[in-house]
Design a protein around this ligand. Structure first.
Ligand code: CA
Length: 453
């Protein structure tokens, strides 16, 4: 019962095994030469609304995965399994009140019961970890983003609703949370917070630092100290944010705009409709940004769009959608929705941008050769100058590009490949925005290019 089309975000390779998650919430290891099943494990109950879409992550002798189903009142969690057997080593639920495990024994509660959730709502609190995570060997920390609190109607769940719409730093060996940073406390817009957390090193205020950056769905680009989670910078990377006027660097909290939150329903009537920007599909969504060590810039595939959003009465029912909200997505600019933006993480300045008529929904790649690659729903794979944003090359693939370009060296030559094939959440939920891609062909192709000699 996936919310947002039939998607899978990738597989992991470990020795002879290829490991991938399935929509019915299983994790499977096959022999990559023969296709023979090595192990096949149920990670959660799909009848409760769980699914699995993230690419697994290999850390030491473990395979680490997140879960999906935040629109169905599931409980987000991170699991570590023995990569050879698939047996569970530890599990860390990401919603306050739930118990973690390590080697089959209890390993401490997540957060403090009822500290930021009232009543029993934490039991179906959402926070799906659907994008997977990042591992930093230097700190031995896993960084996992967490999705929206459930239901979307925030008036039912007063409080910050930890640890939803956050990034958690988790000890890779024990599954214990070392620190967290919540980008959208008391999320009322489905901003999630799963976006990738990219470690980088740079000098800030004259000091070399271990940093990390995140372009959040809520429209802000965050820079933190990746050893302790201290917030160092927060910069808007989209045209408009109607829900908050900046982020307070001292408290780390958004400066909320009261009128930006959709109203509470009364009786059977829906609540006050508000126009909100970004839309719930976000300033950025699943598609990963890229970092160039040469330019020191992050390249963010972003979108400028808004939505009418309202809250409706809702009650939890096992396995059913648990939103309590409705929405219509709308463009906010005449000339574009998508924008590839080069962000300077030290200053928060957008150094250059490329505007695209349709929403950008593919990942970004930077190369040592000073190029930035990304695809468009209009079907192009494009290359830009990493310093200036000048468009240098494009190729029409025949369908919308939702994949992430990759590059590798083989027999002394450099290759670039990308998957082309339109689908995912945008055509399902695009509302008025769908006009920009009504003529795009379906498809499913792998395109591979190599550099001319
Ligand atoms: Ca969500």
């Amino acid at each position: 019962m996936p919310c947002c089309d039939v998607v899978n975000r990738g597989a992991a390779i470990h020795g002879e095994k290829i490991i991938f998650a399935t929509l019915d919430a299983r994790l499977i290891a096959l022999n990559r030469e023969t296709g023979k099943v090595i192990w096949n494990k149920k990670t959660a109950d799909y009848q409760e609304g769980y699914s699995a879409t993230a690419a697994p992550l290999i850390v030491k002798d473990m395979v680490i995965t997140g879960n999906s189903g935040g629109e169905f009142g599931v409980v987000g969690a991170v699991q570590a399994r023995n990569v050879d057997t698939g047996e569970l080593i530890w599990e860390r639920p990401v919603i306050e009140g739930h118990m973690g495990t390590l080697n089959g024994a209890p390993n401490g509660m997540t957060g403090k019961l009822n500290a930021t959730w009232k009543g029993d709502l934490w039991k179906t609190g959402g926070g799906a970890t659907w994008l997977g995570g990042t591992y930093d060997p230097g700190t031995n920390l896993l960084y996992f983003g967490t999705g929206n609190p459930a239901p979307w109607n925030s008036h039912l769940r007063p409080g910050d609703n930890l640890y939803t719409s956050s990034t958690l730093a988790i000890d890779a060996d024990t599954g214990v949370i070392k620190w967290h940073y919540q980008t959208t406390p008391h999320d009322g817009w489905d901003f999630d917070g799963v976006n990738e957390f990219i470690p980088f090193n740079a000098t800030m205020n004259g000091k070399p630092m271990k940093l990390v950056a995140k372009a959040d769905r809520n429209g802000h680009f965050y820079v933190l100290d990746r050893t302790d989670g201290k917030l160092l910078g927060a910069h808007k990377f989209v045209m408009q944010t109607t829900w908050a006027d900046g982020i307070d660097l001292k408290t780390g909290r958004p400066n909320y705009i009261g009128e930006g939150r959709p109203g509470a329903p009364s009786g059977t009537e829906k609540g006050k409709v508000v126009f909100s920007s970004p839309s719930f599909l976000g300033g950025n969504n699943w598609m990963p940004m890229a970092y160039s060590q040469d330019t020191g810039l992050f390249y963010i595939p972003s979108n400028d769009w808004g939505m009418d959003i309202w809250n409706e009465p809702i009650a939890y029912k096992k396995g059913a959608a648990y939103l309590g909200a409705g929405f219509t997505i709308k463009p906010i600019a005449d000339d574009h929705i998508g924008a590839l933006r080069a962000m300077d993480p030290k200053t928060g300045k957008i150094v250059w941008e490329y505007k695209n008529p349709a929403p950008l929904w593919g990942g970004v790649l930077t190369t040592k050769g000073n190029l930035v690659f990304t695809g468009t729903p209009e079907g192009y794979l494009k290359a830009f100058d990493a310093k200036t944003g000048t468009e240098l090359w494009k190729f029409q693939t025949g369908s919308g590009v939702v994949g992430s370009p990759v590059t590798w060296e083989q027999d002394g030559e450099q290759y670039v490949a990308v998957m082309s094939g339109w689908g995912g959440a945008v055509p399902l939920w695009g509302g008025e925005v769908a006009k920009t891609f009504k003529d795009i062909s379906q498809g499913g192709m792998l395109w591979v290019f190599k550099l001319p000699k």
